[in-house]
Ligand binder design. Structure first.
Ligand code: FPP
Length: 251
């Protein structure tokens, strides 16, 4: 935990997490990578409970990227199975906890049964008013932006949209996250300091916290530490820092 003073920022309402380090966690213990992912799913469940408990409005988790297809077939199938298992096993509990599930990413390439399942998870929880849990699955920010650009182009070609009317709001409203606020905080675990094609548009003004904790070990203390780091940041959105009161007196 840092000894920096807090700047008075409230906790973020939307936190997005790049869950990284499952493989290394397993390797350090001489276990198969799959065991790391299994323990990663436990960390995911724990983090959803903590996010709701900490009063966040939205939690977005990066669980399978458009680039993850390059992994060995067995690992890809295992991760697909893990999402299926999670939705099948946890949906009732999430629904009862008033969580609204959203899945972001490209659904076209998913196996039909998985696609139906994620649609069911969204429909079943659509009226819930508590934490929004957005799972990024087969997600890549460039792919998301390209799909939004294609939608805009199709509307222009059909004569329904004036190119001059394409502004930030028009593009945002065609992204997978059209109904979600931008994240104020993006956390990446495992000591890597990369964005890896995650929420490139939406994180334009996000704060980033990179923690050495491997994802399966990400617990309440690590979560609270990341939030505390966020509260120490000064967010300026391209503007100037607020003038400290003692200087304002002499300015
Ligand atoms: C990164 O660790 C993690 C992933 C690519 C998958 C994330 C999956 C989970 C947290 C489990 C829950 C899954 C679903 C689908 C709900 P890595 O394998 O890249 O780790 P390494 O960099 O140490 O090898």
């Amino acid at each position: 935990m840092s000894s920096q003073p807090e700047t008075g920022l409230p906790n973020p309402s939307h936190v997005a997490i790049i869950m990284d380090g499952n493989g290394r966690w397993a390797k350090m213990r001489g276990l198969p990578r799959q065991e790391g992912h299994r323990r990663g799913l436990e960390a995911l469940r724990r983090t959803v409970r903590n996010a709701a408990d900490l009063g966040l409005s939205v939690l977005t988790l990066y669980s399978f990227s458009t680039e993850n297809w390059r992994r060995p077939h067995a690992e890809v199938s295992f991760l697909m199975g893990l999402l299926k298992h999670f939705v099948e096993k946890d949906l009732s509990e999430l629904a009862a906890a008033n969580v609204r599930v959203r899945i972001i990413g490209n659904r076209e390439d998913l196996p039909a049964d998985l696609r139906r399942l994620v649609e069911h998870a969204e429909t079943r929880t659509t009226g819930n008013t508590g934490l929004i849990l957005a799972i990024a699955f087969n997600y890549g920010a460039r792919d998301e932006i390209l799909r939004a650009a294609r939608r805009l182009a199709a509307e222009v070609a059909a004569g329904r949209l004036d190119p001059a009317a394409i502004d930030e709001a028009a593009l945002s409203s065609r992204l997978d996250t059209h109904d979600l606020p931008d994240p104020e905080l993006v956390i990446r675990t495992s000591g890597e300091s990369r964005i890896s094609n995650f929420l490139l548009w939406q994180s334009a003004y996000a704060e980033f916290v990179f923690t050495p904790v491997l994802w399966p070990d990400f617990d309440r203390a690590a979560f609270e530490d990341a939030l505390a780091q966020y509260r120490q940041r000064e967010r300026r959105f391209g503007g100037l820092a607020a003038v400290p009161a003692r200087n304002a007196d002499v300015a």
